[in-house]
Design a protein around this ligand. Structure first.
Ligand code: SF4
Length: 283
């Protein structure tokens, strides 16, 4: 868990780095957008080379565990917390957990419901997904309840498209654009946010198995990048690096569209463990 979280904080996933390189090539030569992305890329290379955090905000640790429900889950929980405490001491994770009642920082990145650990029973090998979610980008995440007359969004895919583009437009580059969106259509208020966040684990070049959602992802990405919000909101052709949309069953009375906004520093890795609890492969 120490290796996994350390790498997540210091080495940006290949697909995200590649998307930033492609964005640099797309922007006008010597534009503010190109220069901004170039600084970001230089920073990514430096962090990886020197084993330093990709961003000063090392985020909140989100953990998703899939596996057989047995006692090993308790070992995993302990390993995760121990690793987080150690990495916080080493400065690879910033002290990011504040108690809202006392306003005191717990100083070790653990606290009530922190880190967030979700368990999903699966009859297969244990997989751990880790995400370090930046606070600035989390502030830009949002949820819509349809119908929404303000943005003329009905309970259909056109309404969903309007919600997602509105979220990007409202963010105006805050939360450190270019961003990556994880979206959930349906679910309830709580599951919507979790399923939206889960989409952020998908590789940027994967293809949505649903043709409807695949088409929507493509359209929203194209249209968002025509808004001229650009990197850090300074204008340009790259407002988003990717859009990933999932769905969940909804109550007949509810129609939620939840947008989890992630910054250019989308730090996430997934590993599979062997029987001994060691990392068998990076996914
Ligand atoms: S939003 Fe992301 S890139 Fe911006 S400060 Fe937070 S973690 Fe860093």
């Amino acid at each position: 868990m120490y290796d996994l979280i350390r790498k997540t904080s210091t080495v940006l996933p290949e697909d995200v780095t590649l998307a930033i390189k492609k964005a640099i090539a797309r922007e006008e030569k010597s534009s503010v957008a190109e220069q901004t992305l170039d600084i970001i890329l230089k920073s990514i290379v430096l962090s990886s080379k020197n084993g330093l955090p990709i961003c000063q905000d090392t985020g909140t640790v989100l953990v998703m565990i899939e596996g057989r429900p047995d006692k090993s889950i308790f070992h995993l929980e302990k390993s995760i917390k121990d690793a987080i405490r150690k990495l916080t001491k080493e400065g690879i994770l910033r002290q990011n957990c504040v108690c809202p009642l006392t306003e005191k920082n717990t100083l070790d990145n653990t606290g009530k419901y922190v880190p967030q650990i979700h368990f999903e029973p699966v009859n297969g090998p244990t997989r751990i997904s880790i995400m370090l979610k930046g606070g600035g980008s989390e502030n830009m995440s949002t949820q819509y309840s349809l119908p929404n007359s303000k943005i003329q969004a009905g309970r259909d895919m056109e309404g969903v498209r309007r919600c997602i583009l509105d979220a990007v437009f409202q963010a105006q580059g805050k939360g450190c654009a270019p961003g990556i969106l994880g979206v959930c259509i349906g679910g309830d208020r709580a599951s919507g946010y979790l399923i939206a966040k889960k989409q952020l684990f998908r590789k940027l070049d994967d293809k949505n198995p649903s043709p409807v959602l695949a088409a929507l992802e493509k359209t929203v990405l194209k249209q968002a990048n025509e808004l001229n919000v650009g990197p850090m909101g300074l204008g340009g052709k790259t407002t988003l690096l990717g859009v990933k949309i999932g769905h969940a069953g909804r109550h007949p009375a509810c129609y939620f569209v939840t947008v989890s906004y992630s910054c250019w520093a989308t730090r996430r890795y997934v590993v599979e463990l062997n029987q001994k609890g060691e990392i068998k492969k990076w996914i």
